[in-house]
Design a protein around this ligand. Structure first.
Ligand SMILES: *Cc1c(COP(=O)(O)O)cnc(C)c1O
Length: 227
């Protein structure tokens, strides 16, 4: 039996309640929401506890950190999501364990993922900041990038993903993401999911239609330093 840290269980219960409340105020069903618990830099033992608590989806952002944990925990019924910047030369290795990639932001990465034979679910990461050096495709380029995904039979386009910029209210940024999602849906009706919302802004994301929350510290506690 996995022993569960009571503080971890408390934090998970608090966030689950917060999600339920945000869904109520947005008039949405909690069944529309997938909570991905971002476990980056935490040990496999923490992920084991999350699985014992009923968590089904976990997220990682660095291949070197994620791969050994995913291998050690392969027997657990978990869906692994990759949420970090992905180098094309690591794309295949990441898909050995990750079934969902949230960070597709350029056509060279689509080309690399297209060479993997198994089905992969992908989100297009959109840059909502004014800084084009940040991760994510520019809003005006989303449809063009989507078209490169839609022609690959093994890639299933789920929708759009973003991180809210620090210098504006999250709700406004997620409102823009929702408008981009509407444009994408006009091109690809099935690509209706929105990956948005972290520890500090998941309620705003839910209010703007998020379907996949990526929540780290509010559930896991403070992250260990980056290795
Ligand atoms: C770390 C991370 C998260 C989770 O952030 P918290 O603030 O700890 O909830 C979400 N999305 C991405 C892309 C991340 O890298």
């Amino acid at each position: 039996m996995t022993e569960i840290d009571p503080q971890l269980a408390d934090r998970y219960a608090t966030v689950s309640q917060g999600i339920a409340e945000a869904c109520r105020s947005a008039g949405r069903s909690i069944d529309e929401i997938t909570t991905v618990v971002v476990t980056k830099f935490h040990p496999a033992s923490l992920i084991e506890q999350l699985a014992a608590m009923g968590v089904t989806d976990v997220g990682e952002n660095r291949h070197q950190d994620a791969a050994p944990k995913a291998a050690a925990l392969a027997a657990l019924p978990l869906t692994w999501h990759f949420v970090g910047q992905l180098q094309s030369n690591k794309a295949r290795a990441v898909t050995e364990y990750a079934r969902v990639i949230h960070s597709v932001d350029r056509s060279s990465l689509v080309t690399a993922l297209a060479k993997v034979e198994r089905p992969i679910d992908v989100f297009l990461e959109v840059n909502l900041t004014d800084d084009s050096a940040r991760g994510g495709v520019e809003p005006g380029e989303v449809l063009r990038l989507a078209e490169t995904v839609l022609v690959v039979p093994t890639l299933r386009l789920l929708g759009v993903m973003a991180v809210a910029p620090l210098d504006e209210p999250a709700r406004a940024a997620f409102g823009r993401l929702r408008a981009i999602s509407d444009e994408l849906r006009a091109l690809a009706p099935h690509a209706s999911q929105i990956s948005a919302g972290m520890s500090g802004d998941y309620a705003e994301a839910i209010a703007e239609g998020a379907t996949h929350l990526r929540i780290g510290a509010a559930i896991t506690g403070k992250r260990p330093a980056q290795p």
